[in-house]
Every structure is written in structure tokens, then in C-alpha cells.
Design a protein around this ligand. Structure first.
Ligand code: AFP
Length: 328
């Protein structure tokens, strides 16, 4: 057994059979994560560790060999589970595993992979849906229909942050036993905090509401926010999300004027939606700057979405900067 799932975890999933299917799938993903964690921990000891795989993913990002290897590990792990369809950042189209099975899984197998050779925490993000009649229909829907949202972090700890709609739980891998064990039964994001995360090098490309908000963060106690604001940017979504879950704050990857960033950088299906589900279940908020991420219907498999998430108060403040722009 690769994970000791809590009794409370899937309480909100009405059908006992579906709960069993979800448990089986999470157990397989946890086993895959232990293998991926081992590969990440070996780092440059494996010759092809950070070398490019010579291919590109659906967005044309150069694929690192570990990206491809990670996707293979997850695909093979899901074959033994009640999963009909698999959608991956690393694969153009949807993979049909067994159309008679009840679940559909979406994943970014190795998010943060541009950090692979810098020993920064990276991770696997995933979302589990109830499968529909077709592969496309199983994913072209709003994120609020997820059964489960989760992410593994391969860092000082190998951990799993996960929700099935009954709060957000933290599991940590006990390496001696090779099992993920529950560490926090209900994660809670403080309603307010004073730490923001954004790639400030994009300042010249931001639209007015975000530029004004970040200027006010930099003004801190000398501006309208009336408090010193701290800044952190790891450049690895799972690491930034994990920090915000532990101590609050706000993460922003907005749309900007750069070509290809008209809807930001992060993907709705297998990055923003699972993160949004986790954050909301921990008492936080997740928007595209103005509207709730979990209400946005997916139209194309790899579509991007602006992403603002974290403590409820700063996320709602960002919304007012958009409203003020409209009103002015
Ligand atoms: P990679 O998976 O290509 O490293 O991208 C990581 C990521 O999707 C997310 O984890 C980070 O928050 C974000 O991109 C960093 O983007 P910038 O490099 O533009 O700051």
C-alpha cells in the first residue's frame, strides 16, 4: 500500500463503488510518485537527467527527458486503475485506456520541469473526474465537477496535497516504510496575509490592474495597502502553492501583452483547476483575476488561463483593481 488514505477523505463522494475507484487510482498515482521522487532525488547521477528529450509538448515547450519519463510512469500506473481516459500536458491528445471504466484523469506529470537541474522543488499535478460517454466530454467541463484535485511535491519532503471536496489534506512520504501518511487533516489558508508571488520581470507586459496592484504591494506601508508586503517567486507552481497553503499569501500569473500570454501561462485543465479546488477547500480563493476558476468551462484541452489564488482577502482585492479600471 503506497498511501494510508484517511477515512474522511472521500466522504463527499456519494457512491461507495466510486469511492473505491478513486482510492484505487490515488494509490496507483502515489506509487508512481514514489518512483518519480526517486528519479528526481538521484538528479545528475543519471546521465540523461536534465538533458532535452528532443521533442516538444502540446505548447511547444522543449521536453526534458524526465518530463517524458514521468508521463510514461503515470500512463502505465493508470493502466491498472478504473481510468477510461488520460489527458496529459505531455501528450497532444487524450489517451483512451479503457472506455468502459468510470474515471478520467488529467495531469501535468512534472510541473516546474524547467527547474529540473537546479534542485528546486517540482511536482505532479492531477485531477480526477467521473468519465462521460466520450473522451472529449470527460474533460470539456468546468473544474467544479472534479471528484479529486491533488499535487505531489518532490522536495525536501515528498508530499501529497489533495482534496475530494471534504477539506484539503497533507500527506508526507515515510521513506522507511514507502508509504504516504496523513500529516495535516485539514489545511487552512489564513484569510489575510502580506506576501505576494509573481514573476516581476514581466512588469512591462502587465495590464493596468495588475501593474497598479503590484506597485501598491511594493509601496507597502507607504501606499493604499498600508502594510509592508513581502515577495517570494519560486517559479514552480506546486512549491509556491504549498507555501501559500502553509502560511497564506497570493500567487499571480496574469494575462499579459506578450505573444502567447494573452491568457497567461498556466493551463486550466491540469494546473489551475486542481490547484483552485485544493485552495478553495483550504479556505482560500482562486480566480482568473475576476471570476472563479472552478466555474470556467474548458473549451480546448491545453487552453491557458490567468491564475490568481491564495488568501481570500488579497484575491478579492485584486478583483477591485479590475473593477476600478472598468469604472475609471
Ligand atoms: P515549467 O514546467 O516549464 O518549468 O513551467 C513551470 C510553470 O508552469 C509553473 O510551475 C510556474 O509557476 C511558472 O511556469 C513559471 O513561469 P515563468 O518561468 O514564466 O516565471
Amino acid at each position: 500500500m503506497s498511501i494510508q488514505i484517511s477515512g474522511a477523505f472521500a466522504k463527499n463522494i456519494s457512491s461507495a463503488k466510486l469511492r473505491l475507484d478513486v482510492h484505487q487510482t490515488i494509490t496507483a498515482l502515489a506509487k508512481a510518485a514514489i518512483e518519480i521522487s526517486h528519479l528526481c532525488a538521484r538528479g545528475p547521477l543519471d546521465t540523461d537527467f536534465g538533458s532535452l528529450a528532443g521533442s516538444a509538448n502540446s505548447d511547444g515547450d522543449a521536453q526534458k527527458s524526465l518530463d517524458v519519463r514521468t508521463d510514461e510512469i503515470i500512463t502505465s500506473a493508470l493502466k491498472g486503475t478504473p481510468t477510461a481516459y488520460y489527458a496529459s500536458e505531455e501528450q497532444e491528445g487524450i489517451v483512451t485506456l479503457d472506455r468502459d471504466k468510470p474515471l478520467a484523469v488529467a495531469s501535468d506529470p512534472l510541473d516546474g520541469s524547467s527547474n529540473i537541474d537546479t534542485n528546486v522543488s517540482i511536482g505532479t499535478i492531477f485531477s480526477i473526474f467521473k468519465a462521460r460517454q466520450t473522451a472529449e466530454a470527460s474533460f470539456m467541463r468546468a473544474g467544479r465537477e472534479q471528484l479529486v484535485g491533488g499535487f505531489f511535491v518532490y522536495g525536501p519532503q515528498t508530499s501529497l496535497v489533495i482534496t475530494a471536496g471534504n477539506g484539503t489534506e497533507l500527506y508526507v512520504l515515510d521513506r522507511e516504510e514507502g508509504v504516504f501518511k496523513l500529516a495535516i487533516a485539514k489545511m487552512h489558508i489564513p484569510k489575510d496575509a502580506h506576501e505576494y508571488a509573481i514573476n516581476a520581470s514581466n512588469f512591462q507586459s502587465w495590464h493596468t490592474p495588475i501593474r497598479t496592484y503590484i506597485e501598491d504591494c511594493q509601496l507597502g506601508a507607504f501606499g493604499p495597502l498600508q502594510r509592508k508586503q513581502n515577495m517570494r517567486w519560486i517559479g514552480s507552481l506546486v512549491a509556491d502553492a504549498n507555501r501559500i497553503l502553509m502560511r497564506g499569501g497570493i500567487f499571480l500569473y496574469p494575462e499579459d501583452t506578450r505573444q502567447g500570454y494573452e491568457n497567461g501561462r498556466l493551463r486550466l485543465l491540469y494546473e489551475a483547476s486542481p490547484i483552485a479546488f485544493i485552495i478553495e477547500q483550504a479556505g482560500g480563493a482562486a480566480t482568473n483575476g475576476q471570476s472563479r476558476i472552478l466555474d470556467i468551462e474548458l473549451n480546448t484541452l491545453h487552453e491557458r488561463v490567468p491564475l490568481v489564488f491564495g488568501s481570500v482577502y488579497p484575491v478579492s482585492q485584486v478583483k477591485t483593481y479590475y473593477q476600478n479600471q472598468v469604472d475609471s
